[in-house]
Design a protein around this ligand. Structure first.
Ligand code: PRX
Length: 671
């Protein structure tokens, strides 16, 4: 049997008894441990009570939740250490755990035959897979042993570039089991984006597949990885899942088909004992420079926070069937397709396809087919499906639904009502959940059947979360019916601990604008009863179809075009995508004679090659100059207004260097 080196006494003890430790620190056996009842908020007064407690004594609050609802090898010595000025945050100091014990092993006795994952393939004629907790244990054990046999050890990084297939979940859990740090890259990113993420994380192994299906399209993921590996270094092995039977090149000595290795691997796998603050995963998000930010989440705090928020925000009950339509390549998938549901012993649906394939009722047909009780999706998907005739949704029985959710961008009033009327049939609370890759889990959201909802409002903070609104002068804005920059005052267990390899950037990005507080980059308003509504980004990030895109990396790509001198990207409102991208581009040669439409295509191709098709621009206007301040800063505010077609509200333009530039751009705006 494959085993990692040196099984420690703690591990031996762990194998005998999930609830004890070898240090003699017997963790209280708690019958409710598996029921996860201890942390459910049942009513509004209860919410306020819990919230008050969590603010008055956050240490006590999280200590109790962590103690009563999770399995640990060793208890913590202290609940939290933090210095918000230095961006240093640690939770559950010196606790020992493995998150996969909490996601899988501890459920086996009572839920071994319960379905953990329902996999719904792209093709509705292909059978869905029902993977029980026992199957998941077996598959993760085998995958863990394969990774160990490939030389992956605790702390090593593994890049995962897979479609939405069960192997994606299994690979992530296997990494977590052996203490490797997974870095999942969304399988819509280009080879260059994959390469920069492999290099930045220093991954030794890549796990990919021969291809992916999305609707009626297939994508050859393996050749994207091959291409990425001509630009990335340090990868010794590429493990390939056979999925589409696409023909792929296998490079001798580097590439291995995964299935034969899994077939030969034993199931039993002793999890690696992880410290509370050992890295669990890296997940890249856009930033204000071309380099993506590898947000690092660690083991214990993340587990506690995701477990707690999943249970409360979705009101998950034992026999529910929960479905989040996000891609696991984004944080929503990490936290609320994989870890949150499994920590709670839930059944989670993983859907490979797209909402419109084979017809625009795929979501509704999957809800009906699997009797989904909680459905969690993005406003952009709601808006695009709301464009279709309501017959698509009405022809399906959606009566299994109890709670419906929204994430990733502000949900507009019209989309909220359509979702409420046609999907929730006015009986399912909509949980409009605000959070970020950086926050790890949901921060502001109604709790279903507890918090009265209000269209377009994320409503109230989760217990333990202290939102504050700040003005430009760094003063806190108190009272209600106010708006400002959204910050968080006290650390919570799920917050990312750093940017992989660049703590200074982490500190500068999130903890310096408003010293002593975490700055979200979002603006928000607080209404007369204290409900929050997120108004959108106040920085250089634009949310397009729920995807978080930084302007800088896109501008860097455009500027690489040989004909381009400079560019600026802004977002403008779009019916379906929420925001779309408008690019203002200065050409090097003012007399450039090449066809403008060809240049536009080339620029978009460059963006697709370097980042991915999601970052392509909807409109590209060639301009002679950009509105700048005397110090050379682009006044994006003005460009935003022009892109929106609003020429009257440019705000203060006294610092504008050359007002004629603005006139010229206005005149040639693309409508
Ligand atoms: O601007 C906010 C928006 O999405 C940003 C975070 O993006 P990302 O890290 O990719 O994570 C997305 C999934 C959690 C936020 O800063 N956002 C997310 N949820 C909402 C939202 N804006 C308004 N309402 C929401 N419910």
């Amino acid at each position: 049997m494959l085993q990692h080196k040196g099984v420690t006494p703690i591990e031996q003890a762990q194998n005998k008894d999930d609830s004890s430790t070898a240090t003699g620190n017997k963790i209280k056996k708690n019958k409710k441990q598996y029921a996860m009842k201890n942390y459910v908020i049942e009513s509004l007064p209860d919410y306020f009570k819990q919230y008050k407690k969590s603010i008055k004594n956050p240490k006590k609050f999280w200590d109790k939740i962590a103690d009563e609802n999770f399995v640990w090898y060793q208890r913590w010595e202290k609940v939290v250490n933090y210095d918000m000025h230095e961006a240093k945050i640690e939770w559950f100091i010196n606790a020992k755990l493995n998150i996969t014990k909490n996601c899988i092993d501890r459920h086996l006795a009572q839920r071994g035959n319960k379905t953990a994952i329902i996999w719904e393939p792209n093709d509705p004629n292909e059978a869905a897979q029902h993977i029980t907790y026992q199957d998941l244990y077996d598959r993760v054990g085998k995958m863990s042993n394969v990774l160990r046999a490939q030389g992956i050890e605790k702390g090593d990084r593994v890049t995962i570039y897979l479609p939405m297939i069960p192997e994606l979940a299994v690979a992530m859990l296997a990494c977590a089991r052996i203490g490797a740090v997974h870095s999942v890259v969304f399988a819509g990113f280009s080879a260059s984006a994959v390469a920069s993420r492999i290099n930045d994380s220093g991954s030794k192994v890549v796990i990919t597949s021969d291809g992916s299906y999305r609707g009626n399209k297939t994508l050859d993921l393996k050749s994207i990885v091959d291409d990425a590996l001509t630009k990335a270094t340090g990868v010794g092995k590429v493990l390939v899942v056979k999925h589409t039977n696409n023909e792929v090149k296998i490079q001798e000595g580097r590439d291995l088909w995964l299935q034969p290795l899994l077939d030969d691997a034993p199931i039993e796998n002793i999890p690696t004992i992880m410290d509370a603050e050992d890295p669990l995963y890296i997940l890249y998000t856009s930033g204000s420079t071309g380099k993506p930010k590898g947000m690092l989440h660690t083991c214990a705090g993340y587990m506690v926070y995701i477990g707690y928020t999943f249970k409360n925000v979705f009101n998950y009950k034992e026999n529910d069937i929960y479905w989040c339509t996000a891609d696991i390549g984004w944080v929503t998938g990490h936290s609320y397709i994989l870890y949150g549901p499994l920590i709670n012993g839930a059944t989670t649906v993983i859907f490979e396809g797209v909402p419109t394939y084979p017809e625009p009722d795929r979501f509704w047909s999957v809800i009906e087919k699997h009797k989904v009780t909680q459905f969690y999706t993005a406003p952009t998907a709601i808006r695009s499906l709301a464009k279709e005739t309501t017959e698509w949704v009405e022809k399906h029985d959606l009566s299994s639904l109890k709670v419906i959710g929204s994430v990733g961008e502000p949900i507009n009033d019209e989309a909220w009502h359509w979702y409420n009327d046609h999907v929730g049939k006015k009986k399912c609370p909509i949980v409009d959940t605000w959070w970020q890759t950086e926050t790890g889990g949901i921060m502001i959201s109604p709790l279903p059947f507890v918090t009265p909802t209000k269209p377009t409002y994320a409503t109230l903070p989760i217990p333990g979360i202290q939102p504050v609104l700040m003005d430009e002068k760094r003063n806190e804005i108190t009272g209600n019916q106010v708006d400002g920059n959204l910050c968080i005052r006290f650390p919570w267990p799920g917050i990312a601990r750093t940017i992989w390899g660049d703590h200074q950037r982490y500190k500068d990005t999130y903890f310096s604008a408003f010293p002593g507080k975490y700055f979200t980059g979002d603006g928000a308003l607080r209404d007369e009863v204290g409900y929050y509504r997120i108004t959108g980004r106040v920085d250089d990030v634009i949310i397009v179809s729920g995807h978080n895109l930084g302007t800088a990396p896109i501008e860097d790509s455009i500027n690489e075009h040989p004909a381009v001198a400079e560019s600026a990207i802004v977002g403008y409102p779009h019916d379906i995508k929420g925001n779309a991208l408008y690019g203002f581009v200065i050409l090097k040669d003012v007399g450039e004679s090449r066809d403008r439409d060809n240049l536009r295509k080339e620029i978009n191709q460059l963006i697709a090659d370097q980042i991915g098709p999601i970052a392509k621009l909807d409109k590209i206007q060639f301009v002679a100059g950009l509105p700048k301040t005397r110090s050379g800063k682009i006044m994006r505010r003005i460009l935003r207004k022009i892109a929106e077609g609003d020429f009257n509200n440019f705000g203060d333009t006294t610092t504008l260097l050359d007002p004629d530039v603005v006139e010229a751009i206005k005149n040639e705006r693309i409508g």
